[in-house]
Design a protein around this ligand. Sequence first.
Ligand code: ATP
Length: 334
Amino acid sequence: MDNQIISVKHVSKRYATAPYSGVNDISFDIQAGQIVAIIGESGSGKSTLLKSIFGLLKLDSGEVLFNGKRVLGPDEQLIPGHKEMKMVTQDFSLNIYAKVYDNIASMLSNTDISSKNSKTVAMMQHLHIEHLRDKKIIELSGGEQQRVAIAKALVSDTKMLLLDEPFSQVDALLKNQLRADLKRIASETGVTIILVSHDPADGLFLADQLILLKDGKLLQQGKPSDIYNDPAHIYTAQILGNAVALTPADAEKLGIHANQQVVFYPEWVELKASWASRRFEVKDVYYKGFFEELLLERNGVQIRAIQLNREAHKKNDHVQANIGRFLTFDVDAI
Ligand SMILES: Nc1ncnc2c1ncn2[C@@H]1O[C@H](COP(=O)(O)OP(=O)(O)OP(=O)(O)O)[C@@H](O)[C@H]1O
């Protein structure tokens, strides 16, 4: 494609200490200006992949191209990492005794002081940290430090930002704000962002492209809505949407005749009063804020459903549930 900024080609990296660790034969492309989220459980290889893209690891095989040129490994250059990319790791790499303003401004040259000042101030405004300008890093919360680290990475007209667990230090409210800020900054500045997260919601909310890793392998990639609605694996549906998976025998007990595994998201289950033949007992109710998740059981088979109208059905009630839509997978599919 024309606007391709990164091309990951058959990248494999195994760690000597653990023969099955690292990443295995990963390939994908990233278009300039995209936000890409690398999602997966702990140990699935997310950080390894991010470090490989940045040039911090000596690859076993494969290569990463940045604007068509191979990214050099740590053994091929004096300072590991790529000059045109910025990586924000979980330790932020800030000067903790210096002020917020000085940390960010330190990335810019002194040849034009007034431009240095205006760029630093603009970036602090982008990240909502102007009010912290004269505070030392050591005086900031983890979430505030995270914003400073992102501002510092972006201020020198960075084209490519790599973020390792950017929301790990922030509470739910700030997390939503920071996600929205990153989305806005990407669209305003055209910066390409690759972020690594163990929380699929980050990818679903933010990303133009999701890369889902499992055990070091790329399981599925694509637009979040495409992957969510048409998961290629049961695991994908489970990790993205907490899907219910039933064996053919269990599905049969609920009146679904399929010789395959039956998979559905809790929100695909319709709760209504009219289907007399679909009686389930409410075994438990999980409070989720603006909605509830119901654990339902019928003929010894448990499923989950979403209840927006809170407390409409309570524990031990009997409800009519219809699995309005479901996907089927081969019996041995993962
Ligand atoms: N330097 C290393 N030496 C040996 N094994 C490593 C090293 N770094 C990572 N690993 C192993 O490689 C696998 C992938 O690790 P990686 O850090 O890439 O996963 P991750 O998905 O980022 O995990 P987390 O979400 O917990 O950070 C894990 O099994 C890990 O233990």
